[in-house]
Design a protein around this ligand. Structure first.
Ligand SMILES: N[C@@H](CCC(=O)N[C@@H](CS)C(=O)NCC(=O)O)C(=O)O
Length: 218
């Protein structure tokens, strides 16, 4: 059996890989890291040279970048139907939405830095906060158009594309609400009930986001 170990920090992008591993139903180990300078240790840099989560150890290989991890896991474990293999009619759409997830999350990363990492008010920029939160709204707009008339991002049903963007929306809602995006809201309500999503949630006492929502200061 292939040995799989995910290096994870709660509520970060590695939650995307954790959720997917649960969907795949394969045995795996999770190593939970604190979100901080420890990710720059010499040992951890051997797993992810940029000192970030996730990193995935699988069958003697080490991967980083959630998009690559998603593609690789879906190829290694095709039985769960989370991927769309090369030549599949939905391959192009699957790739687009798996990777669009990072277009959303780049804004969450900027906002996490503004609201959480920069702890003194004078370090923060309300202009950047407002701009980045609005850009999340534009990303919701792209999802809204895609989900109009669809239950999931692909016509054939739930896939890793929903997991990838689903994590992004989970994280983005800390900064931009889903009001005005009814298709995204009902899709998200559907996928957040999945046992694999629930299993990827953080414990109450170990969270990156100390609040459910961060307002832009006026
Ligand atoms: N594009 C990368 C981004 C990875 C990334 O930036 N992860 C963040 C957590 S969401 C991280 O570990 N940041 C640590 C840091 O910047 O110090 C991916 O999708 O895996």
């Amino acid at each position: 059996m292939t040995e799989v170990t995910l290096h994870h920090a709660h509520q970060t992008r590695s939650m995307r890989s954790l959720w997917l591993l649960h969907e795949l139903g394969v045995p795996f180990k999770t190593v939970v890291h604190a979100f901080g300078k420890n990710l720059r240790s010499e040992d951890y840099l051997k797993l992810n040279p940029s000192g970030r989560v996730p990193a995935l150890e699988i069958g003697g290989q080490t991967l980083f970048e959630t998009g690559a991890i998603t593609q690789y896991l879906c190829e290694m474990f095709p039985e769960a139907g989370m991927g769309r293999e090369a030549g599949h009619p939905e391959r192009a759409d699957w790739l687009v939405w798996v990777h669009f997830a990072e277009t959303i999350t780049q804004h969450c990363a900027a906002l996490t830095q503004q609201h959480v990492a920069l702890y003194e008010d004078h370090m923060r920029s309300p202009i950047v906060m407002k701009l980045e939160a609005a850009r999340i709204g534009k990303c919701y707009g792209a999802l809204e158009r895609r989900l109009d008339g669809r239950e999931y991002l692909l016509d054939s049903g739930f896939s890793a594309a929903d997991v990838s963007c689903g994590y992004s929306v989970y994280s983005a809602q800390h900064f931009t609400k889903l009001e005005g995006f009814p298709m995204v809201a009902s899709w998200y309500a559907r996928i957040r009930e999945r046992p694999a999503f629930l299993a990827s949630l953080p414990p109450v006492d170990d969270r990156l986001y100390p609040r459910e929502f961060f307002e832009v200061p006026t």
